[in-house]
Design a protein around this ligand. Structure first.
Ligand code: MRU
Length: 326
């Protein structure tokens, strides 16, 4: 089983799979300071909402271990990526522990351990929506690599497969960073789950042919009203799903819910235009041409069939969301 994040207690190091190198090379990126962790999050050595949160927790622990200013480290880690709420959730939890005189490392380890259990629950609960013979489309990478283990959307797919359901996965390549083509494909191949990769613009055509039975994606943030922020392209998929009457599910742990913010508060990350202009180091648009590079988009609740959490499957509305936190 892939473990993208590991803590070495002896060496006091955070060991991350360098996701920039996958699928061709399985290399590790060692973090020995909170600054290394901040770099790793910003540059997407580690990515995916829960994985970013867990790593940031260890980052703050490294700051404590090496006697750095905790508040400065907190700010640096907080300013790495703006959209995934798990980053702020984990940092706030670790800072609270610190203020209560507890050890930050213990809290970071707790977050890490809890995430494994949570993802397992999401998979076991969520796999019930999958029928034998389903073709399931997924976007980006919401797998083990985006979390501690199992993943969220991919945990649902994994457990359907583990339970003997005959499933087939359709993987959106997910331009520009190709998390689908590179990371989800790497995970599914590793697990021998049948799949094919498609270009993002093939999804609608496959739906029109009746070749998509269900869509399951992850998310970076869910608001109280059920609005879902996820990898750019999710919104288009949800609209296509509605048109073709295909169930559209979002899988997420409770740590991805943001009960405080409103839509206007959310910053959609805009990354370097070069990520669009170049593919694997080769420029594909003419010199001097500008590109849009929004990393995430926003999907309204009326396009979402259900949200799969570790506490059950709910409808995307305030009443059901709030009931998760009772
Ligand atoms: O830019 P990334 O690769 O960090 O974006 C990841 C996603 O959008 C995932 O779908 C989301 O974080 C959920 S991961 C379980």
């Amino acid at each position: 089983m892939l473990k993208p994040i590991e803590w070495d207690d002896e060496k006091k190091e955070l060991i991350l799979i360098d996701q920039r190198k996958l699928p061709h090379k399985l290399e590790y990126f060692i973090c020995r300071s909170y600054k290394d962790v901040a770099y790793a999050i910003k540059e997407m050595v580690v990515r995916g909402a829960p994985a970013i949160g867990i790593s940031a927790g260890y980052g703050l622990a490294l700051a404590e271990i090496y006697g750095d200013n905790i508040y400065k480290a907190y700010e640096t880690l907080k300013n790495t990526r703006p959209t995934a709420v798990n980053l702020f959730w984990a940092l706030d939890r670790c800072l609270k522990a610190y203020k209560e005189g507890k050890n930050i490392l213990d809290e970071a380890k707790k977050i890490h351990k809890e995430d494994i259990e949570t993802n397992k629950k999401i998979g076991k609960i969520g796999e019930k929506i999958i029928d034998d013979g389903d073709n399931i489309l997924t976007h980006c990478n919401a797998g083990a690599l985006a979390t501690s283990m199992y993943g969220t959307a991919l945990s649902v797919i994994r457990f359907a497969h583990y339970n003997g359901k005959n499933i087939f996965v359709i993987v959106d390549e997910t331009r520009p960073r190709l998390q689908g083509a590179k990371l989800t494909a790497f995970e599914l191949k590793y697990e021998n789950i049948p799949f094919r990769v498609i270009t993002d613009n093939t999804a609608g055509f496959l739906m029109s042919l009746g070749k998509v039975d269900k869509i399951v994606v992850g998310t970076d943030r869910i608001l109280k009203d059920g609005t879902v922020y996820n990898k750019i392209g999710t919104y288009s998929l949800a609209i296509l799903a509605k048109y073709h009457n295909i169930p559209f599910y979002v899988a997420a742990p409770l740590s991805t819910f943001d009960l405080k913010s409103k839509e206007d508060d959310i910053v959609i990350e805009e990354r370097d235009e070069k990520e669009v202009a170049y593919i694997d180091g080769v420029r594909i648009v003419p010199e001097g041409v500008r590109c849009y590079n929004y990393a995430f988009d926003k999907t309204p609740p009326n396009l979402i069939t259900g949200i799969i959490t570790e506490k059950g499957i709910i409808k995307p509305n305030e009443k059901e969301i709030m009931s998760l936190f009772d």
